[in-house]
Design a protein around this ligand. Structure first.
Ligand code: NAP
Length: 254
């Protein structure tokens, strides 16, 4: 049953990977989507593609989610009520240990994965509370459930997403606003290329010898979470590829 038709969703980080697939699946279900990311041209291409294929409206919002003023300007300019916010924009930078990592990488991860997600949650949740309706879906990670060597700040940011999801649910206690999280394991997207500063070979090695999750696998879960009846609030879902059993236990075929 499609309960999403006619709704409006913001999907952050929709220029690639999980965000792009989520925007596509929502559009397929008849949801108007507002897609964000820093790559303006890519957003325009996606808008044209989705509007050609589905009978929905797409708005694009190119901005850097680390910029609090840009987040406020984006939300103030909205002319429609938002039913669903998918807080997906995020990234990992590097795999250096705590004693050797780069401050700039840490700032980027914290400012994007934590502060950017918080800015939009702050701005949208106020409107959702006022309307007593809406759904915030945060993209966390298995790294929000488990820490690993080489991920001191990435795992910290995803633990923060878990805490933010739970606190947001509690802050909105007694309203009809829903708050959820999805926590993927290894998904083959641009994620590893970004993590390794564009090193395609290193990025490919992350998925070597396994069948990783695809962006579609996760987008389908996000759609499922969004499409539950209004009284059902899924708090979290952990999704691994079958070859993965923890953040670091990955069975590879040579
Ligand atoms: P991806 O293909 O690299 O996509 C990341 C998206 O985030 C892009 O659309 C990017 O857009 C956007 N983004 C990054 N920094 C941004 C910024 N400062 N301002 C605005 N947008 C920004 O990676 P993905 O795998 O789909 O990642 C999506 C989410 O899933 C992230 O939160 C990630 O932590 C989480 N996740 C991924 C995996 C995995 O294995 N891939 C596993 C668990 C969780 P622009 O570059 O155009 O700005």
């Amino acid at each position: 049953m499609n309960r999403l038709i006619g709704k409006t969703a913001i999907v952050t980080g929709a220029t690639a990977g999980i965000g792009f697939k989520t925007a596509e699946l929502l559009a397929e279900q008849g949801v108007d989507v507002i897609i964000t990311g820093r790559r303006k041209e890519r957003l325009e291409e996606i808008k044209n593609d989705l509007e050609n294929r589905f009978r929905i409206n797409v708005q694009t919002a190119p901005f850097d989610i680390q910029d609090a003023d840009a987040c406020s300007t984006f939300i103030e300019a909205l002319s429609v009520d938002i039913d669903i916010l998918v807080n997906n924009a995020g990234l990992a930078k590097g795999t250096d240990p705590v004693f050797a990592a780069d401050f700039e990488d840490w700032d980027t991860m914290i400012d994007t994965n934590v502060k950017g997600l918080l800015y939009l949650s702050r701005l949208i949740s106020a409107k959702m509370k006022e309307r007593n309706s809406g759904h915030i879906i945060n993209v966390g990670s298995v790294a929000g459930h488990e820490s690993y060597a080489g991920g001191v700040v990435y795992t910290a940011t995803k633990h923060a997403v878990k805490a933010i999801t739970e606190s947001t649910k509690k802050d909105l206690h007694g309203t009809n606003v829903r708050v959820s999280m999805v926590s993927p394991g290894l998904v083959e997207t641009e994620f590893s290329e970004v993590r390794f500063g564009g090193d395609k070979e290193k990025a490919a090695s992350v998925y070597k010898g396994i069948q990783p999750l695809t962006a579609l696998d996760i987008a389908e879960i996000i759609l499922f979470v969004a499409n539950r009846p209004a009284h059902v609030n899924i708090m979290d879902t952990i999704i691994y590829p079958v070859a993965q059993s923890s953040a670091t236990m990955v069975h590879r075929n040579d």
